[in-house]
Design a binder for this molecule. Structure first.
Ligand code: AMP
Length: 221
């Protein structure tokens, strides 16, 4: 595989999903968001979905071994153009498992894109977030859908995710700082980390990512 192998890192609500939606089609990479994969398992009521539910509802991490095997399975059929991981790895154990699997497949990470934002911005953003079952995201104030409560892309009903309620958001941020933030140093040491300011408008963040990856500037925003 000679494509771009990318990780999106950062707190929940920093804009990883928004950037992923813009990057994935253009780059032709396989997009894997472990949160979306787990929500699909829950919707389909699989054994994994049932085991993951109580962790997700509480804003805690699903145990490493469950998430690692789910992700590595999905990665096995990734596009030759590469992959874009969103929400994985979230612990050092997950990062080490990914590194070992990539080594075995003679693959390398191209870059880890850290999109960062302070906790108060995150809480404000996530508490207004509306999501459709396919994962399209809107915001009550800053990015409302054309018709209230309906996804612009597929006409499905928009809901507040059960883990987007303010108390759970605070737990998710605590978990991020304790479990996931150490990955910033992990990838910095490996020379892979590129940092972006998630408080900036999404088009500006995308432009900065494009520059960091050496992509041509976008013709349209
Ligand atoms: P997200 O959509 O990325 O915010 O993920 C939603 C929830 O899914 C998280 O709060 C966790 O409970 C679970 N989850 C997603 N990705 C992972 C992961 N890599 N490791 C453990 N739990 C995860």
């Amino acid at each position: 595989m000679t494509g771009l192998n990318l990780i999106l890192l950062g707190p929940p609500g920093a804009g990883k999903g928004t950037q992923a939606a813009r990057l994935r089609d253009e780059l032709g990479v396989t997009y894997l968001a472990t949160g979306d994969l787990l929500r699909r398992h829950r919707a389909e009521d699989t054994a994994l979905g049932r085991r993951a539910a109580r962790y997700m509802t509480a804003g805690r991490l699903v145990p490493d071994r469950l998430v690692i095997s789910m992700l590595l399975d999905a990665l096995g059929s990734a596009s030759p153009h590469g992959f874009l991981l969103d929400g994985f790895p979230r612990t050092t154990t997950q990062a080490e498992a990914l590194e070992a699997a990539l080594d075995t497949a003679s693959l390398r990470l191209t870059a880890v894109l850290l999109i960062d934002a302070p906790d108060d911005v995150i809480v404000e953003r996530i508490s207004g977030r509306l999501t459709c079952p396919q994962g399209h995201v809107f915001h009550r104030q800053s990015d409302p859908p054309a018709r209230a409560g309906i996804c612009d892309h597929d006409g499905e009903r928009l809901v507040t995710r059960d883990d987007d309620r303010p108390d759970t958001v605070r737990s998710r941020l605590e978990v991020y700082h304790a479990e996931t933030e150490p990955l910033v140093a992990y990838y910095k040491t490996r020379g892979l980390l590129r940092t972006f300011d998630g408080t900036q408008p999404p088009g500006d963040v995308l432009a900065a990512i494009r520059t960091a990856l050496g992509l041509e500037p976008a013709r349209h925003r």
